[in-house]
Structure formats: C-alpha cells, structure tokens
Design a protein around this ligand. Structure first.
Ligand code: ADP
Ligand code: MG
Length: 699
C-alpha cells in the first residue's frame, strides 16, 4: 500500500500528539483509517440561525453576529456576548482563552458554529467554532460533515473542522489509490456507485443526491459483508455439528421441579421445553435466553443444568462478577436442596485449600454443578464431563475465554451445550439479522404478582422530597438503592462523585437511625462483598453505589431505586438498574434525578423510562435514538457487533436487502471460490467481519 497506509501524523495540523490521541480515541492511525471514518451527520453551513430562534437542542447551528462584550473570568474562562440584531447570546471558552480573547475584539463580526444549550435558564454555546464571515457562499460545500468526537479530542483541539481539513488533505493525496472492493456484478445488480465516488462524497458531498448514493453504497457493503460472514458460518456449522445427546429428563430435574415453591410461568415452561428438545437432539445447543430482569431466568438455568446432571454430565454457570456468582450460588443451592446434586462455587476469592477440594471434585465428577467467575477458566480446572455451560450476561465474556472452557470439558473435543442468558433485551428484528441464526428463547412473561415499578423524574433541586420519601419507606421496613454515575476524567475513573454522594446521604440519613453502606468498583473484593452483604442481609437500609449493582443483585426488600444524574445513563443501564427493585411483594419506586444540564436527547430517554416498563420497547427505542456515530452508547447496548456506518434500527430495509442478496451469492458459490467472487472473498477476509465471532457458534 502506498500513501493510504501512511500515518496521519504528517497531515497539516496534526502532529505526533494529536495523532496518538486520534489513534487511541477513534482507532485512526493511517490515511486509510481516516478516510473510512465517516461523518455521522451533516449540516447545512449555508444556513444562519437568528439568535432569537436558537433553542437548546442537540443540533448544531450557526449564528452570525458582532462581539459586544468580552470578559475574562479569573484568567481561565472567557465569556463573549454576541449580538445579531435579533438578540444576544453568550459564548463561553475554557481552552485557548488568550488566543480567543485577542481574536474576538468588540465590534468585529464572526460566524459561530456550535451546539446551543441551556445554562442557568439562558441559551449559550460552549466552545463554538469561530469563522470570519464570508460574503456570498459561506463555505464551498454547503453540506458539511460532522465527525464523531470525544471529550478528549475536543480538549486537544481536534474539532470536526480540523478533521474535515484532514480528510480534504488525505483525499488529495490518495483518492486515486482507493481500489474497488466489490465485484462489478454486485455494483450493477444493486445499483451501487463505485467506492472512490462514495468515499469522496461521504466526506464532501457535491449535493444531497451524491450523498445518498455514497451512503447507500457504503451501508450496503457493510451489511452485505456482515451477512455473508454470518451466513457462511451457519453453512459450515450445519455440515459439522455434533453434540452430546441427553436422552432423558432425569431424576434430578424431577426432584427439583416437584419441590418448587411456585408454578413455572407459561413462558418458563415453553423455554424449558425448547432447551430440553435441543439437549436431546444430538446437535450442540447454542441458545440465547432473553428475559427481562426478574422474569425468572435462573430457574430455567437450574432446570437445564439438572437435565445435564440427570444424564451423567456436569454443568457450569459462569457469572461476570464475584457478587453475581455468589448470589447465583446461594439461589441455586436452595433449589438443589431437594436433589442429591452437589454444587460448588469457584471465584478469585476461593482459598487454596477450598480450591484443591473443588479441583478434585470436578475431576472425579463428584461436583455436579459449579458456579463461578473467570476463575473457572484457570488452568487447574478440569472437568470429568462438562455437558452444559450456562453463561450469564454474555457480552462480558470473550471468545477465547469460551474456547478455553471447552478444552476442559473432558469430552474429547465434543463441545458442551451452551446457554447464554441475557437481561439486555435485544429487539427481535435485530436478533434475527445481527445474530445470524442463533436460536433464541424469550421469557416474555413475569412471575405472577410482580407490579410494575412506579417511575418518576425529578429535578436535582427537589432531592429533599425524594429523601423524605425514602425515610418513609425505611420507617416501613424497606430498603433503598442510591446510584451515582461513574465519571471518567483525564483517563481516570473518578470515584469522588460517589464518595461525595455518600457524605451527602450520610448527612440526610444520619446514624444511628439510618445505616448506609457504599460499594464501588475501586474497592477491594472483600470490602465490596462485606458492604454488599450488609445490604443484602438487611444490616444497611441504604446502599450507595455506582453501577456495580447493575446486573443481577437480588434484594426483594428494596423498594426504592434513586438514580442521581440519571441523564448520564444509557437506557439499557437505567432499565437494568430499575430492575433491581420490584422483586418482592411490595410496591416499588424508581426516582430519576436529572441535573440542570440535561440535553433534550437525555430528557427523551428519561421520559421513555417514566412511560414504560417494557424492556423490549425500551430496547427498540434505544436503538432508534442512537445513530452509528454514538460512540459511548453502542458498547453498553448489548450489541455484539459494531457497525461503522449502517444502523440496524434505521437501515432495516437495506439490511434485509443485503441479507437476501448475501444468501443468493452463497447459494451459487458457498465457498466464495468462484472467479467472479475472488475480489469479494478478499474484501470479506480483510474486513472487520472476516473474523467475526458468530454468536450462534460459541464453541
Ligand atoms: P432473572 O434472573 O430473570 O432476573 P430470577 O431468576 O432472579 O430473574 O427471578 C426473579 C425472582 O422471581 C426470584 O426471586 C425467583 O425466585 C422468582 N421467580 C422465578 N420464577 C418464578 C415463578 N414462576 N413464580 C414466582 N416467582 C418466580
Ligand atoms: Mg438473574
């Protein structure tokens, strides 16, 4: 590769420091990476908004006005008032203060480009880009791309404008070097423009029509490669799949089932039947079990494990954290009391002596079910015959980690059955298309008697009324969660937020009347476990925490979930957190506390939480609300695959088109070995999907 492979550092305005940051934050190190980083939206830079019409909103606007006042506040903070004949607006700067101060002399006119926001009841703009006004056409292309960014990039002066300039320089150097990645016949069949045209117009569209063409081409290619990859693996798997046959339901299952204190819901029964059919079918099971928090997945997992033990195999259940593993262990042990199955737990906190006993129990087969964390993957662990692996919250386990588990199964290369449980509801349409043909089971029914959690959203100023409410609940014998967001600053996790919060809570809920415990991710395992236990066992009335309690923790007596700075959380996180209450017989409450600085987008999320309790509805909306440019969001959404330009929610039609077309290609040429598919095969290999984890083939 020629210029396309050269580092971005030498582009004008970049240099080593910014290059390193761009690599770290956005994974851009070469010109090729840069050219494949696309704008996530476009704005019409020929449009000027009157200050009078500016609203606090997510969208970027441009205002054109005269500087009427500039004020330096303690040398660190510059406030500049701009006026355009329709009104005045404050612009605020914290970086490059001196330079900006000199530039913005009173009386001079500029164009300010930025995001208006509400601050102390007024609209202002923080760190707008500043341009000298031009007469006539303001900028060459009226459609200007806005590039994904992060706080750190902005602080280093890497604005969307700079990225635009970099793109322009990069295109100048290597546009001619960009080679077509799709065979001609695919372009023709699907009405796609050439790659070179697409790259040029995705960055600098000559008009909306050219932009549409560029978008369609790039999205289609991405979705096509994804579908080819998934469908190809399905094809391979159907040729070579063998699995342990578990013929009978077995005694263990019946012993447990007959002693259950409640009746399984119809949904649980259906899912148990689906799993039972998989386990006895002679093929390896790869099933995703979805169910909202509290829908009773654990019970289904236990019954599945008991089918394994009843057929002479072992089962393991892997949890993402120590706390969750311990909770699963204690729940499962209760269910197993009516059976003769021996259950053990293995985590990082297990003592060497206990470990030796567990190691030998697993080897001999004496231990039927083992619950644990990543510790299960360590070298010493060796099973006699592992027939089923249940994985709780799958996206936290890596592919190689699973592979390591299989090597321990003791079954000579026959892969154990796999059941993955997740409480992050994945919209059905998405599951179908993005997970390939993974079998999914859904528990879409709550155990009887579960009342929806009453949810309200209040401004931070009203926190004392929320505290008053919590006092009443505690007086009635209930417990409460108070959650603070974790904040990253300068690369470090800032826990002062939750620690300060703890002090506030201690003041509002003084000892000895109220007992408050705190947990966060920076505490040692033992300390965390100690504090968590205090809450679980009722020795603390309030648990102040970060999101470490997000998944799984079960305290039926807790009836209030208070979430501070709720606007900072993603929807799926909020939903998970809310699912921590409403687990007992009492009416439960979720109080979302929003700060003054809450964007319209964040407010929409909070409104949705107030409106509905349905995890699937929330997941669908979540997907719609975020676009592919949402860097922070996608990681939390439980999506297994990161798409660069297409959006599974918004490009549903194109996704189906691509899937159908991928199927046709593979039908004609399953190995992509034919002459006309050579280029396609090479593109697929080089793409991010070349080595995609097929989530349906976890073995
Ligand atoms: P999940 O893991 O799906 O969030 P759990 O398996 O922890 O949910 O179940 C939540 C609670 O509901 C537990 O206390 C469990 O004992 C109870 N539960 C599960 N299934 C039923 C049922 N069919 N009827 C009544 N209660 C149930
Ligand atoms: Mg659970």
């Amino acid at each position: 590769m020629g210029a396309l492979g050269s580092p971005i550092q030498y582009l004008p305005g970049v240099g080593p420091r910014r290059a390193a940051l761009l690599e770290k934050e956005l994974g851009i190190s070469t010109l090729s990476d840069l050219l494949h980083t696309y704008p996530h939206r476009y704005i019409d830079r020929s449009r000027i908004t009157a200050i009078r019409d500016a609203v606090a909103d997510a969208a970027f606007i441009q205002i054109k006005g005269r500087v009427v006042q500039r004020k330096l506040i303690n040398a660190k903070h510059l406030s500049v008032i701009v006026e355009d004949g329709t009104g005045r607006m404050e612009t605020v700067f914290f970086k490059g203060v001196k330079w900006t101060y000199d530039k913005l002399s009173p009386g001079s006119e500029f164009v300010f480009f930025g995001k208006p926001q509400l601050f102390n009841g007024r609209i202002n703009m923080v760190h707008p880009e500043i341009d000298a006004p031009m007469e006539g056409s303001l900028v060459q292309n009226s459609l200007t791309g806005i590039y994904p960014s992060t706080e750190k990039l902005k602080n280093a002066g890497i604005t969307s404008k700079l990225v635009c300039r970099m793109q322009q320089a990069a295109l100048g150097i290597c546009l001619e070097e960009i080679e077509e990645t799709l065979p001609d016949y695919i372009l023709k069949d699907n009405g796609l423009c050439p790659l070179r045209y697409a790259i040029r117009n995705i960055h600098f569209p000559s008009d909306t029509y050219a932009l549409e063409k560029a978008l369609r081409r790039l999205k289609f290619e991405e979705l096509l490669l994804l579908q080819l990859s998934l469908l190809k693996q399905r094809f391979n798997r159907s040729k070579a799949s063998c699995g342990i046959r578990m013929e009978k339901v077995g005694k263990d299952f019946h012993d447990c089932y007959n002693a259950l204190p409640y009746k399984l819901t119809a949904a649980q029964q259906r899912v148990v039947r689906e799993i039972r059919a998989d386990l006895s079918g002679g093929h390896q099971m790869n099933r995703l079990l979805q169910g909202d928090v509290g829908s009773g997945k654990t019970m289904v997992a236990v019954l599945s494990c008991l089918i394994a033990t009843g057929n002479g195999y072992q089962a393991c259940l892997m949890a993402p954290t120590e706390v969750l593993a311990r909770q699963h262990y204690s729940n499962i042990s209760k269910y197993l009391a009516s059976t003769s199955v021996k259950c053990a737990i293995l985590t990082g906190a297990t003592t060497p002596k206990e470990r030796r006993a567990i190691d030998s129990g697993l080897k001999s087969g004496e231990i039927g079910i083992i619950v644990g964390t990543h510790a299960l993957l360590e070298d010493n662990v060796q099973f006699k015959s592992l027939g089923l692996a249940v994985i709780d919250e799958q996206h936290r386990f890596g592919v190689d980690q699973r592979a390591r588990l299989w090597n321990k199964s003791g079954l000579d290369g026959i892969p154990p059955h796999v059941l993955v449980m997740t409480a992050t509801p994945i919209p059905r349409t998405l599951a179908m298309t993005v997970y390939g043909d993974l079998d999914t089971s859904v528990i879409d029914e709550m155990p009887p008697g579960r009342k929806p959690v009453k949810t309200v959203c209040i401004p931070a100023g009203k926190i004392s009324s929320a505290y008053g409410f919590i006092r009443k609940q505690i007086a009635a014998g209930r417990q409460a969660f108070i959650v603070y967001p974790m904040i990253y600053e300068n690369d470090k996790l800032d826990i002062s937020n939750v620690e300060n919060g703890f002090e506030d809570v201690m003041k509002a809920f003084p000892l000895p009347e109220y007992r408050t415990a705190m947990v966060h991710g920076q505490q040692s395992q033992e300390y965390k476990a100690f504090n968590m236990d205090a809450f679980v066992n009722g020795r603390a009335d309030i648990l102040v925490s970060t999101t470490v309690i997000e998944v799984g923790v079960d305290v039926p007596n807790a009836t209030v979930m208070l979430i501070m700075s709720a606007q900072r959380f993603g929807l799926s996180q909020l939903h998970q957190l809310r699912g921590r209450v409403g687990r007992g017989a009492d009416e439960s409450y979720c109080i979302l506390v929003r700060d003054v600085k809450t964007s319209r987008e964040a407010q929409a999320r909070l409104d949705l939480m107030v409106r509905t309790d349905d995890g699937f509805e929330i997941a669908e909306e979540d997907l719609k609300m975020r676009g592919p440019g949402d860097l922070e969001g996608t990681q939390q959404s439980g999506m297994p695959i990161r798409l660069n330009i297409a959006s599974p929610a918004k490009d549903q039609r194109l996704l189906e088109e691509a899937r159908k077309y991928a199927g046709m290609i593979l039908e004609a040429d399953p190995g992509l070995a034919g002459e006309r598919n050579l280029l396609l095969a090479a593109t697929l290999r080089k793409s991010r999907f070349g080595e995609i984890q097929d989530y349906s083939a976890i073995s």
